[in-house]
Design a protein around this ligand. Sequence first.
Ligand code: PMP
Length: 429
Amino acid sequence: MRLNSKDTELRERARQVIPGGMYGHESVAMLPADFPQYFSRAEGAYLWDYDGNRYIDYMCAYGPNLLGYRHATIEAAAQAQAQHGDTMTGPSEAMVVLAENFVSMIDHADWAMFCKNGSDATSMAMVTARAYKDRRKILVAKGTYHGASPWNSPGLKGITAEDRAHIIYFDYDDLDSAREAFRKADGDVAGVFATPFRHEVFADQFLPSKEYAVGLRALCDEADALLIIDEIRTGFRLSRDCSWSIHGVKPDLSAWGKVLGNGYPISALLGAEKARTAASSIYVTGSFWFSAVPMAAAVATLHEIRTTDYLERTVAAAEALRAGIASQAEACGIAIRQTGPAQMPLILFEDDADMRKGSFWTGTAARLGVYLHPYHNMFLSAAVTPEDVEQTLAVTNEAFTLLKKSLPTLPPQTNQILAQRLQMRRSPS
Ligand code: PMP
């Protein structure tokens, strides 16, 4: 029996002192009731809630956990730096080492700047692009996520049209639409944001065509605008270089975050030589941007990325999980769609407009100790072992079996907030 009594108590206390009880993407308001909101501990591939339940975790803190929670090498590097100092009146040597190492690993990059969150890095990219030729327009594909600042937040409450006055939207994976956006900007394009693959919530994931990637590069070159790749979610999960290196496309700027310190708070903007003067001319800073501990953690993380088979191991575990889930679904006669790279999987059910099946299946898995997500892409860390995959598959099999039994009487989506959100997606006003 998983009572979640301590978690429930924490949520009740939070409602008194935290607006709405919780905010942002880590709120469990749209997840099934079996998902805990708070965690007491994390180690390797596992999380523990406050009621003592362990979960095999396939969200990785929404991305940052690349190598495993509390990875020994990263923890040792962070703790060694902490003995000397963290937030000081200036950065430590780790900043220079980190910039040198990062730049040496990423083909397009000649320089690096560091900040805290992905939103800092994308905003810094936007300002750098505008500074490059003193232009204003920023092109963004509709529905792509680049952070929670007023110019790009998916929520509109508290945001004014003026916050986005110089953002022009175009359709993802549609070069004609991008061309039209350039035309509309009439010579005033500062930069174009590119997302390596489509990873929107509630929708199947897909890679854009090579022509799109190459075409965006060519449009930017013709206009002398900067191509900015947002690697915040994808960075080092697809490749050890920028994701579009598979297409031979090099951006002028790339924004990184999440995995960079394997959980320690640090993000970065990398740039090519041609954007260096622009980057030197803008005013960007933050009280904690120069802290040494996350930088030491990032130096150690990049070393692991360069010198271990973390990616190959992660992909192998991810493919085994994907294959196992596919055969279980088929055996049960339940149609699902597994999309995106196996190591960043999304699993949606066919004929599930109100997500009653997805909620039941992931809710059951959570109750049985596996933390999956019903509508956001998931993440695997390199800490997931073949035994974890086996244990996970035992749980997903049981969840499929229970779902099959319950299907004839499965009630409509019981989570009202999720039901409303899905209704809004189906009929946008
Ligand atoms: N860009 C992308 C593609 C992201 O996935 C995210 C975070 N989910 C961000 C930007 C913003 O990063 P952060 O939440 O660290 O500000």
